[in-house]
Design a protein around this ligand. Sequence first.
Ligand SMILES: C[S@@+](CC[C@H](N)C(=O)[O-])C[C@H]1O[C@@H](n2cnc3c(N)ncnc32)[C@H](O)[C@@H]1O
Length: 193
Amino acid sequence: MSDDKKDGKLEFNNAYKGLFHFLWTDKRIPKQINTLLETVHPSNLLEFGCGLGYFLEFVENNGVKATGIDFSSVAIEKAKKRLDKNTNKPILLEGDVTNLQFDDNQYDCILDIGCFHSLDGNDEKKYIIEAHRVLKPNGTLLIWSLKKSFADNVKINPEHIKNISKENFVLEKAEFTRRRLAGSYWYWLKKFV
Ligand SMILES: C[S@@+](CC[C@H](N)C(=O)[O-])C[C@H]1O[C@@H](n2cnc3c(N)ncnc32)[C@H](O)[C@@H]1O
């Protein structure tokens, strides 16, 4: 693991140990998650950078087998503790979205709310390759991302997403939003068969 990634992981772990993570942790369910469930009718879903697992909990309670992955061990432990008493528990795993521990063609959809924009350009490419690998043919990748990468300050917009994913996905829709007041986009991508 590169030193930059080690630092990033440490920063996220520290944020989850204290209150800093409330900068992004938001229990409100974005309407795009409902749209995803209603249009894709997934039997399973994988969430990248799942944090404390509020979206996974919602998805699991809607009858979809949900799995979350996050490289912050603190977030995963906290999420497990929080969801411990639930009857339907999502699967929560520590791991890196740029190097996944899953077999090929496993998931109907992947959801990412706020993980993509924390990656640098090199990791963005690995992320796209891994998302493509673990999705089933025609699987959906739904990303919510701010307009700039925290890792290398590169602009993230529909052109950028189209460019980095053109060999693996079709960008079907990009919706501008002001989620949590920040100018950002929802990207709906479909895996090439
Ligand atoms: C801005 S937070 C969003 C968390 C959650 N989706 C939410 O909305 O509350 C980004 C999350 O991505 C995770 N993350 C960043 N880079 C990652 C990577 N390479 N692999 C796995 N998780 C990563 C962080 O630990 C963090 O939990």
